[in-house]
Ligand binder design. Sequence first.
Ligand code: PMP
Length: 402
Amino acid sequence: MSSFSELPTVKPDAAFTLLAAYKTDTSSNKVDLCPGFYRDENGRPWILSSVIQAKERIHADPKVNHEHLPLAGHTELLRQSKELVFGKEDRDLKRVASIQTVSGTGANHLAALFLSTKLNPKTVWFPNLGWINHTAIWKLAGSHVQQRFYPYFNGENQIIDFDAMVEVLREAQKGDVIVLHACAHNPTGVDLSKEQWNTLATICKNTGLFPVFDLAYQGLASGDVRQDASAISDFFDRGNLEFVVAQSYSKNFGLYGERIGILHIAALDVTAAAKITPALTQLSRAEITSCPSYGARIISQILGDLKLYDQWLEDLATMHNRMKTMRESLYHGLLVRKVRGSWDHILTDTGMFSMTGLSTTQVTAMKEKHHIYLLPSGRISVTGLTTRNIDHVVTALEDILG
Ligand code: PMP
């Protein structure tokens, strides 16, 4: 008998299962509203112009070889990433320890591994709702840490229940970790206001809560890279908070398969930061030795060259504007057809996602009757909308919701 015959059956990943079902759906009307990946106006993956140009330069450079990157990652990219995330104006970025990771997932994983052993939190707090992989990552990398949820999204009126959030966080203890989405909250598309971030920073300081910012959509929430990281630079500028940033380059460079991310730890002083980097490197060495180089080179080319950087900002604007236009079209379609529900949030939500309020039964009906795929939670990704399919989506929502 196999040593593994008693293995429990593992349910397949919901999002990736839907993606597979969508691919085998033969309907010409099918629409995929699941993806956390940007899609162009034809519903296809998009390679950014800045990325195409950076690749050409790398391929033309005879000095590029296939050696390992240093253990901590692409040195220049680490420096550039700190500036992109924290801002470079008069900031002492030496108190930030940074290491390259296997994308945002890897950054979250390494953060969980490092914090669960070095900070020894009793509890890690996640938003309700939130990104499902956060809990899975912490279960794996910080299995002794208790998991709790703080109220975040109120589905009734599609806003953040900040009072409830603050109330529940009163139960947090010194050294607990709180996971936060820096911008373009997944799955709700609703972010904290500047005032709410300020209040939260004070709570973190007073309670001794340790923030982990997940930064997976920088540039895709407001369209402005600095604005989307403003909560992070505000926390940093307080000078009295230590925190983590798990940065992903998947979405804002359209480099999903290359797996590029950075884990930053902002320490109170330079001496502490200098100790953190080798500790992170030791953990990373045992898991992956070093990170993939190709994507890191592409991004470093772009961030290090004025012309390519400007092109990248234009590429971000292209993605951001298309998502905004799709939000407007969906909103107007729903309004014109008087589809039941309140839809104003579709216009004000940021990033790729919005909640529709559909129940799981209604989500199933969308798929079975109309070949429209969304997550069981009722989340849609506006990147799946195009001028060609939007009418079909509105008609289907009208049919399901009345
Ligand atoms: N955090 C959040 C909130 C996400 O939505 C995602 C991607 N869905 C990630 C992290 C990680 O993405 P990746 O590992 O591709 O960088």
